[in-house]
Design a protein around this ligand. Structure first.
Ligand code: GLA
Length: 410
């Protein structure tokens, strides 16, 4: 159907079609940009791209979901486009500057069945599908790992200083398994999902637009983690990296040091105290965060460092088939995200509680939060009741997730 639509639009058949999945994250939320582990899985919903070559370096793209044809010149990409979905195409093309023949252009038709309301990684799915499609079309021969690395920077240029979880799971997912992803040193490990585990995914009804308010709230958390890492590094006498990351200190910072961090702080004051350049704290790929703005510091460190331990524990629980244990860790993760990281919403809290009341083993927001989706763990015996409970409070979609494979050429 996509190929037919492509042919009807451009008067020729596509020479390449690819797909990239979306994802849910089982546990390990807001840990990736501190270089601490995550445990996501790909889901069957995603993005498909059909592509054919064009000459003159012109890239034309249409979407079956979104309005407005994008026309971008590879040789002169200019500023970030105004139309949200064009921005991700722009980010992808920026990463491919100087690669392949300079006059290679493309015609693209993009479609997706992944909800775009925030939390299931629609933007990373889109970016990865476009990068893979163009790499195949132009014969660039980029590996999945290389495409993951390009997509991470591409998305940061669009405005959210995200970590690497979404692109890595989309690029490297294995069907039937979650992936434990470590960032320092980089490593991925398939974690088989127990046969009886059911994962319910439900929309809170609250949008979390990555291009707007959610972007600012997210970047503020990134800076909060850097401030905590800079202070802990200085106090523990450990070099926390540039930018400072909590991952460098995870094994050294005990409860006591975390408790001594200030509740809130600004980059200017932390830079003075820790003896670091303020730039390493506030510089983002697509801009500069205010060095005078007060952000949460102690609670940020407290969430991130405890969440990393929950990832280890969840991997063990999955290995042991301990679904009740997994559920308790998911509940604890949500509590920490709500109370310390302050990225839940009343709608997400209500939805998680409703699914627990319906018999879920555990429930938590998934993705960045600030709205978007929640997930719950259930068993074959309880899953119908959990789905019904979710449907009571969610406007939909509510669905069961299965672990899909990573992106591929079709
Ligand atoms: C978004 C980002 C990820 C990750 C999550 C929170 O999905 O793109 O890198 O930080 O939020 O865990």
């Amino acid at each position: 159907e996509l190929k037919q639509a492509f042919t009807a639009l451009y008067g020729e058949a596509p020479s390449v079609t690819v797909r990239a999945p979306g994802r849910i994250n089982l546990i390990g939320e807001h840990t990736d940009y501190s270089l601490l582990p995550v445990l996501p899985l790909a889901i069957p919903l995603g993005t498909r791209v059909a592509a054919a070559s064009d000459s003159g370096g012109l890239v034309t793209a249409s979407s079956r979901q979104f309005q407005g044809t994008a026309r971008l010149e590879r040789g002169g990409l200019g500023q970030l486009p105004a139309t949200p979905w064009h921005r991700y195409l722009w980010g992808a093309l920026k990463m491919l500057e100087g690669r392949g023949a300079p006059d290679s252009g493309a015609r693209l038709l993009i479609e997706g069945d992944l909800p775009t309301t925030g939390g299931l990684s629609s933007s990373s799915s889109f970016t990865m599908a476009v990068l893979l499609g163009l790499s195949e079309l132009w014969g660039l021969g980029l590996s999945a790992e290389e495409l993951v690395a390009l997509a991470i920077v591409a998305e940061r240029q669009v405005g959210v200083e995200s970590g690497g979880m979404d692109q890595t799971i989309i690029g490297l997912a294995r069907a039937g398994a979650a992936l434990r992803i470590d960032f320092e040193p980089p490593a991925v490990r398939a974690v088989a999902l127990p046969e009886e585990l059911r994962l319910v995914v439900a929309y809170s009804g609250e949008q979390a637009p990555k291009g707007g308010s959610a972007r600012d709230a997210y970047n503020e958390r990134v800076v909060g983690c850097r401030l905590a890492a800079a202070l802990l590094g200085a106090r523990l006498g450990v070099e926390p990296g540039t930018p400072p990351v909590l991952g460098r200190l995870a094994d050294l910072a005990g409860e006591e040091e975390i408790a001594r961090l200030p509740e809130r702080g600004c980059a200017a004051a932390v830079a003075r105290e820790a003896g670091v350049e303020v730039d390493v704290l506030v510089k983002l790929t697509a801009g500069v965060f205010s060095d005078a703005a007060d952000v949460w510091v102690r609670p940020a460190a407290s969430h991130v460092l405890s969440e990393a331990r929950r990832v280890d524990a969840a991997e063990q629980a999955l290995g042991a088939g301990d679904l009740a244990g997994l559920g308790r860790l998911m509940d604890a993760s949500h509590g920490s995200l709500a109370e310390d990281y302050r990225c839940s919403t009343p709608g997400l809290d209500r939805l998680c509680q409703a699914m627990r009341n319906g018999g879920a083993l555990g429930a938590r927001l998934t993705g960045a939060g600030f709205g978007g989706y929640a997930i719950a763990a259930a068993t074959p015996d309880t899953v119908e009741a959990v789905l019904a409970a979710a449907n009571q409070v969610s406007p939909g979609p509510v669905f069961l997730a299965t672990a899909a494979g990573g992106m591929e050429r079709l």
